[in-house]
Design a protein. Structure first.
Length: 249
């Protein structure tokens, strides 16, 4: 049975329930009472209750999402939108493959690092050509084989690869970024500090669902932008009740 992505904690079976030792400090008593639920699920539920369905990721089709995943490296999404608008009707894998790299550089200039990114787009498009630009053919490859294949494409690191797998191809690969690391370090969760450790921690505790990973990542990013910034704004943060690093104003 598919698991709805609403309040997750009520769907998780006993073998995933977290049971921490009671905290001796009275000031944390209220936190212990609600922490019989796995903390990762508490975070998801609190964020989802607050923000609801954020309808990520903007993109008309898998290829456009892949292009967005590369263009968004080290820049704001508003710059990606400008670059995508300049590609206009040429935003298809066939046209990008045929376009001279110098032309592509000019078209995507608003996204920054345009020389590098033009080459990354060319490399990603060449990889996609191996599947005849057919998203269904990509989805038929087992995730364990597909992820390293995408990671071997020039310019694609962990976050970009997982964003492509999750948002372009609807495959359950949890995306980790700086916002994820910051939230989990502050809450805190004992995830480990590397990309792979955080991803493994989350995937071991969540249902294997692209829909849930999609929502969770979106929720963390929006909360990172609104509250859990470098200098956090804890007042009104949906995680305020359980976060040990919250700052009392
Ligand atoms: S309470 Fe503060 S530190 Fe904790 S997650 Fe929210 S904004 Fe970040």
């Amino acid at each position: 049975m598919a698991i709805a992505y609403g309040m997750l904690s009520c769907h998780i079976q006993d073998d995933k329930v977290y049971d921490p030792q009671p905290h001796k400090d009275e000031k944390y008593r209220h936190r212990n009472r609600r922490s019989t639920i796995e903390p990762l699920l508490q975070i998801y539920d609190a964020l989802f209750s607050h923000y609801g369905d954020l309808h990520w990721w903007p993109g008309e089709n898998p290829y456009e999402i892949m292009v967005g995943a590369i263009l968004t490296q080290n820049t704001a999404w508003t710059n990606v939108e400008k670059a995508i608008a300049r590609l206009a009707e040429d935003l298809t894998p066939q046209r990008i493959a045929a376009m001279p790299v110098e032309t592509l550089e000019e078209r995507i200039r608003p996204a920054g690092f345009f020389r590098q990114k033009a080459r990354y787009l060319k490399a990603m498009t060449a990889w996609y050509a191996r599947y005849n630009y057919d998203a269904e053919a990509v989805r038929r490859v087992p995730l364990d084989a597909l992820r390293p294949e995408i990671l071997s494409v020039k310019g694609i690191g962990n976050e970009t690869a997982d964003s492509i797998l999750l948002y372009a191809f609807d495959l359950p690969s949890f995306v980790v970024n700086a916002y994820t690391m910051r939230h989990f370090a502050r809450y805190p969760l004992k995830t480990g500090r590397t990309y792979a450790a955080v991803q493994a921690y989350c995937e071991a505790r969540l249902p294997e669902s692209a829909e849930i990973y999609n929502h969770f990542h979106a929720l963390i990013v929006i909360n990172g932008k609104e509250h859990c910034k470098k200098r956090p704004i804890c007042a009104g943060c949906p995680l305020e009740g359980g976060c040990e690093k919250r700052i009392e104003e």
